[in-house]
Design a protein around this ligand. Sequence first.
Ligand SMILES: C[S@@+](CC[C@H](N)C(=O)[O-])C[C@H]1O[C@@H](n2cnc3c(N)ncnc32)[C@H](O)[C@@H]1O
Length: 262
Amino acid sequence: MSAAAPAGRVTLVGGGPGDPDLLTVRAVRALADADVVLYDRLAPHTTLAELAPRATLIDVGKRPGHHAVPQHEIDALLVEHARTGAHVVRLKGGDPYVFGRGGEEVLACRAAGIPVTVVPGVSSAVAVPSAAGIPLTHRGVSHLFTVVSGHAPLTDDELDRLAGLGGTIVVLMGVNTLPSLAAGLLRHGLDRTTPVAIVERGTRPDQRTTIAPLDGIVVAAGIAHAASPAVIVIGEVVGLASAGEAHALATIDRAGALGVEP
Ligand SMILES: C[S@@+](CC[C@H](N)C(=O)[O-])C[C@H]1O[C@@H](n2cnc3c(N)ncnc32)[C@H](O)[C@@H]1O
């Protein structure tokens, strides 16, 4: 009788926005059971040795300006480790299916015949504004929100539709393309006084929020040296931001004066 191949499996785990306290119970259980963990830069990795004590930890994260492990190699690593019989946890920032290439990894596992499950995570798209005290919806102010990627500049057509939707706009990966986004939204009719918040490193101890009107946000971002990772929130709800919940709040008025509240 030939020995059966060991049965490995892959669990894609949404790790939340960064604070390990925002991992779900199911995520913590999956990590505790993991033999191998492949993790991203934005996943909560600082406490991984504690959360996954039996696991081999592999950093496959992208760092700005540094070479990242290409997606096809990550897919291959998942399959290769699972084929040894291991429980492989793929720990991703936020939710695996929100701008996270989780779908591609699930398809790669399925194509290789590897059982794969997904643990949903707390997405930065909602958690980071919330941690900064910005309600994405608020009765009488905004009854919808749209989440967009700023990884590449939006087309003029997309900007036109986005500006016409109303409600709150949430932008991920948008720090570098903020100038074209702000200019495009102004061109397509958004009021120049519409408040904008840039929330950097949300839920982490050094979280910071910078707020300015739409026609001043690019200058404000420059003064504040705003950098990734950041979630940008555009809309009247930003006016409801509570400094108490933001770790640091910098507001830049239309004349360019900087106000900072700890
Ligand atoms: C590749 S996307 C992944 C999003 C992730 N799947 C999610 O659901 O949150 C990475 C972007 O998420 C946002 N992001 C993730 N964690 C963040 C944090 N702690 N603070 C601010 N932005 C964050 C940033 O816009 C960052 O560039």
